[in-house]
Ligand binder design. Structure first.
Ligand SMILES: NC(=O)C1=CN([C@@H]2O[C@H](COP(=O)(O)OP(=O)(O)OC[C@H]3O[C@@H](n4cnc5c(N)ncnc54)[C@H](O)[C@@H]3O)[C@@H](O)[C@H]2O)C=CC1
Ligand SMILES: N[C@@H](CC=O)C(=O)O
Length: 814
């Protein structure tokens, strides 16, 4: 088979990456179940691994179960043993032949034959002595095959049987003898070959094969990370992360993008199906981050476990463990109770009340332990349900909510865990799926973390930020909104743990860094929130070109920027389609009339079945303000600079005077009203003299008095006829013919468009229902407060819509 283009990255001669920190990638059995799965994994390795990384593998698919079955048949002397061994051999041989070229396959099948012979010899001798050796074949075959496939298709690779270096004390504790294992591993690794290591197996000091127990391969991966001081471990599995409850039974569980170490450990201890407490043990002493990601959807971001700030610390999850025992005894009080809890790694306990909760299989051992203490004990079947979150026991409100949500359940005991990360309810019956769903709903219904990125910190952007603290504190829909990014044309400040909204602009000044769009988009693609909203308060066409990439990533946009809404027709339609396809929301109400609700009016008429036939009025706050104030006494140019200083005009006021700004607004409204047209279809009278159109903005300001004569003449001519001048936009449809124009008109002094407060916009809408007596929306159409306020209104509206969204759980088996 041909090598992929990525193979070069991993080839020995051309490897630039060897010196980067080592990463460990672990692939579980379901990720390696068949040819297609293994090929997917090879693709992941090509994309995500460097040559000096370590790949840890579990046994392919159900191989371990099959080996256990063979073991059981061998022990019982069942007649079907030979058939079972043959079937196992066949399935391995088929897998090998499907993935490798003929000669490599033949070589591996020959070794497989020898392994099977070895099986048979052990069975003849005494299989009970070789149980672990037999089970170890699952991982051994898997590692051997993966390494051969990598050698053939990707890069030089070598597999290592973990028993050649990994030594543990015993199977019960599985404590690694680190110095010895580290030394032995160093001998086994070859730097120019990608190492594939068997998960799940190890040996003890006597050289006997030992397994690492349930989910042992995950533990193998983190042990490997500790041995080589890896920067990162990725557990590639069949779920795309850790959820706030088991997503197989709680469909509305949320993915937890980032989990603090302590919380993850507690979750593992209390029954999370993906994480196991043992897995996290080797990572406690150094700064390795752990990722859980799906090998079936590797483009979807998984869960990162490590050290994080405030936002990640707010996450809550609900977990449970059934089939436990609640043991009560005098011996479980005081120091002796502590001792028992430690000895049996109690799930929970209370030394004042004298109880501990353990697994049912521990009953015998606990009874033996108690026998020496000569005290009464009572055992009752029990289950626990826990709400887990960073220091959750310190939050009285969460505690109260948890108790309320369990008020109808028969809870025997509530316990706050010692590490403070869980509130545990002990119940005398197994926890039902229904109870789990109800409690999960109660505990997490408000949890939906929304990241907010603000692009543009000028005139309007700064006001938006100033208003933000009050908004976040007072609007319920914004409860879980976190400011995480600030962007201008030159610099960006991004903080996954949140930017202090009260000092956002100062922090931007202090910490923002130069950036480029690629960096920005790559950060957005990997953001750790349930949703991300970008608020575009730039005047930039270039920034509007990023919308498509935003939408492709499911990011929502609130825009004051008029470029995207008035883009060429095909581009605009494509944007709408992309947003729809990826369920991205896009609101741009401030692009027309600042905060005025003209967009709501038009949408409502259309949604109700009306047909719009005309839209006309004054759509420029700047030009409204100028012509309402211009009486020929103060020069027009002085007024223009005044409007600029009040924040009414576009950053370059020629956008207003040229009619371009109004042209865009008319186009946006006409599109909203359901018509397909482009800027070129709108005839526009440009009020900027030719000589001032193409010069720089600064030069324009120097020469701005050149405007004065023209406007004085226009005003005088109008006055001679007892009229005034106003810049009017008109759009109408007659027998499917569209007329759209913008021009300086002379209006009678009592015209509806001639008597506005300075800066007001007026929108006159005619429709089938509002025909002879048109509908009018009027009010301030520009300015810092109304525009920033309008943007906040859009943000609230998006967040309200997002609250009702449920997560798409991506699990292979669901
Ligand atoms: N002034 C008003 O009353 C209204 C303004 N608007 C719109 O609000 C937007 C902002 O206007 P102002 O605040 O007056 O502009 P401004 O010029 O004061 O500020 C613009 C900001 O955008 C940033 N920026 C420019 N290009 C960028 C890029 N490519 N990437 C990232 N950031 C970029 C600049 O660094 C600056 O921080 C404009 O689109 C304007 O049309 C909309 C409704 C009303
Ligand atoms: N410059 C614009 C600002 C709002 O879009 C205007 O004056 O209307």
């Amino acid at each position: 088979m041909e090598q992929s283009s990525n193979a070069a990255v991993l080839s020995a001669e051309n490897n630039q990456l060897v010196k980067q920190a080592v990463q460990v990638h672990k692939f579980g059995g379901s990720s390696l179940a068949n040819k297609a799965c293994i090929e997917r994994v090879v693709g992941i390795i090509q994309q995500h691994c460097q040559l000096n990384d370590i790949v840890v593998v579990s046994a392919n698919g159900n191989t371990t179960d099959d080996l256990f079955a063979v073991l059981a048949l061998a022990k019982s002397g069942d007649a079907s043993l030979n058939d079972a061994i043959l079937a196992l051999k066949e399935s391995q041989a088929t897998l090998i032949a499907s993935l490798l070229n003929k000669s490599s396959a033949a070589r591996l099948i020959e070794i497989l034959d020898k392994d099977i012979q070895q099986f048979l010899t052990w069975i003849d001798l005494d299989i009970a002595k070789f149980e672990n050796d037999l089970l170890a074949f699952g991982e051994l075959w898997s590692a051997r095959l993966m390494s051969a496939v990598l050698n053939e298709r990707v890069c030089p690779s070598r597999y290592i049987d973990a028993r050649d270096f990994l030594v543990i004390n015993n199977e019960r504790d599985c404590q690694v003898l680190y110095p010895l294992s580290e030394k032995q591993l160093a001998h086994c690794r070859q730097p120019e070959k990608l190492t594939v290591v068997t998960g799940y197996i190890s040996k003890d000091a006597d050289g006997l094969t030992k397994t690492l127990g349930r989910n042992g391969s995950d533990y193998s991966a983190t042990i490997m990370a500790a041995l080589v001081r890896a920067s990162n471990v990725t557990l590639w599995t069949d779920v795309d992360g850790i959820y706030s409850a088991d997503p197989r039974v709680v469909p509305h569980s949320r993915k937890l993008h980032r989990l603090p170490n302590g919380v993850a450990k507690e979750l593992g201890r209390l029954g999370n199906p993906v994480l196991h407490a043992k897995t996290l043990q080797p990572l406690t002493n150094h700064s390795t981050h752990l990722h859980v990601a799906s090998s079936f959807a590797f483009e979807v971001g998984g869960t990162e476990i490590g050290t994080f700030g405030q936002i990640a610390k707010q996450e809550l999850s609900v977990t449970y463990l059934n089939d436990l025992l609640l043991a009560r005894s005098e011996s479980f009080t005081g120091d002796r109770g502590q001792e028992a809890a430690q000895e049996f790694e109690a799930i929970t306990y209370d030394v004042e009340k004298g109880f501990i909760v353990i697994y049912q299989h521990q009953q015998k051992a606990l009874s033996q332990w108690l026998a020496c203490h000569d005290t009464e004990v009572s055992f009752i079947p029990a289950a626990i349900m826990a709400t887990v979150g960073h220091k959750v026991v310190e939050h009285g409100d969460i505690k109260a909510r948890y108790k309320r949500s369990l008020k109808d359940a028969n809870v025997l005991e509530f316990v706050s865990s010692e590490n403070k990360h869980s509130l545990i309810a002990v119940m005398p019956q197994n926890c039902t799926i229904e109870l789990l769903n109800n409690v999960h709903y109660d505990m997490t219904k408000d949890a939906r973390h929304i990241g907010l990125v603000v692009a543009g910190l000028g005139n309007i952007g700064q006001r938006f930020i100033e208003m933000l603290p009050h908004q976040l504190n007072s609007i319920h829909a914004l409860e879980n909104v976190h400011l995480v990014g600030l962007v201008t044309s030159k610099k960006a400040l991004v903080n996954n743990d949140g930017i202090d909204v009260n000092h956002a602009l100062e922090q931007f000044e202090q910490y923002a860094q130069p950036y480029d769009n690629e960096q920005f988009l790559s950060w957005l693609a990997n953001h750790p929130y349930d949703e991300l909203v970008v608020v575009d308060i730039t005047p930039s066409e270039q920034f509007s070109h990023l919308y498509r990439a935003f939408f492709e990533q499911g990011i929502h946009v609130v825009g004051a920027n008029k470029w995207a809404g008035s883009a060429p027709t095909q581009q605009y339609i494509q944007l709408l389609e992309t947003a729809k396809k990826h369920q991205s929301l896009w609101l741009g109400n401030t692009t027309v009339g600042a905060g005025l609700p003209i967009n709501h009016v038009i949408k409502d008429l259309l949604n109700s079945g009306d047909t719009i036939t005309e839209i006309s009025g004054i759509f420029s706050g700047t030009l409204s303000w100028l012509f309402e104030n211009y009486d020929g006494e103060t020069p027009f140019s002085t007024l223009l600079l005044d409007a600029l200083n009040q924040g009414l005009t576009e950053p370059d006021p020629r956008e207003d005077l040229s009619g371009r700004d109004v042209q865009r607004k008319l186009l946006i409204l006409a599109r909203m009203a359901g018509f397909e047209l482009s800027l070129e279809d709108i005839h526009c009278q440009n009020l900027v003299p030719e000589a001032l159109r193409t010069i720089s903005k600064n030069e324009f300001f120097n020469q701005v008095p050149q405007l004065d004569d023209y406007f004085l003449v226009q005003l005088q001519q109008a006055k001679q006829q007892q009229k005034c001048i106003r810049y009017i936009a008109r759009f109408s449809v007659e027998e499917e013919k569209i007329n759209a124009s913008i021009s300086l008109e002379q209006l009678a002094q009592d015209d509806a468009f001639a008597n506005l407060s300075a800066c007001d916009n007026i929108f006159q809408v005619k429709s089938q229902w509002y025909d002879t007596n048109p509908l009018i929306v009027r009010g301030p159409g520009a300015g810092r407060d109304v525009t920033a306020g309008g943007l906040h209104s859009d943000l609230v509206s998006i967040c309200q819509q997002l609250v009702s969204r449920t997560n798409q759980v991506k699990i292979k088996s669901v």
